[in-house]
Design a protein around this ligand. Sequence first.
Ligand code: CP
Length: 326
Amino acid sequence: MKTTLKGKHLVRLQDWSNEDIDTLMEIALDLKMKKALNIPHHVLQDKTLFMLFFEESTRTRNAFESGMTQLGGHAIYLTPKATQIDHGETPKDTIKVLSRMGHGIGIRWCDLGKGNKYINEVAKWSDIPVYNMQDDYWHPTQGLADLLTVREKFGTNLRGLKFVVSWTYAPKYVRPLSMPQELVTLMPRFGMDVTLAIPPEFKMLPEVWKMAEENAKKAGSKLQIVNDMDEAFKDADIVYPKSWGPLAYTLDEKEGLALIDKYPQWVVNEKRMELTKRHSTYMHCMPADRGIEVTDGVMDGPHSVIYDQAENRLHAHKALMAATMA
Ligand code: CP
């Protein structure tokens, strides 16, 4: 276990070693047990977390906010409009001031070409830990919760498990690439064989896919792309289907929406789940488009671990804050 994570930013998990991440997993389980047994764990008493959201959130915001309360601290919800950011205050001035007042800051901004750049700029000037609450490239706190969930369901030796990240059809909205990019880079590091199932236009950004390939090679895991959802689901241990936009293919929203509409058959239903192993798990970071990308039968069915996964946001975020702020 690492005891030297104090002050560390989490902009992307690629900058955290497997040992660092294992440490968070252990702390998360300890804090989860303490919460279940009602054992106080106010390790962040009198500390303040700033949460700056450029976009809306249910899970991320509430996991950080309630997590901070349970750790004895306080979280403040900020938006560009509620601060001087909308009037043009620079990332440097914003974070230099907040660093004098609080103990950590989380930021969500998923706009392609903007979010990751902004969070990196804040991290450069910050004297307090900076947490990426999802940007255009990464969703590291979701990645931590997902890894925690997989470890709870399958144990700590994950070598050789077939982990499927699949695109799904969900119209009307071009979602960011951050979630699939998080999964294809993170899961191979922990020994899982990752299959990315996509229509051809829904690839990851090239530099991210290269990183995923390097991670898999280093860990001795397999990584492949298939263009057929059924082929991917066959004998899978874990399936993680969700929708995202064809942002590595086109930045034109109209063209992106038209491309999504080409693939309405890319949905998850009970028949598709039958292709997976008997003990397989269905994961989704949520929010999901019920009845569109996935049936209620799968979301509420025996393979689904979606609510455990969402709950683990709380425990993973608490671990992150406790390890870096305490
Ligand atoms: N999965 C996730 O990040 O959910 P929210 O958008 O509700 O935070």
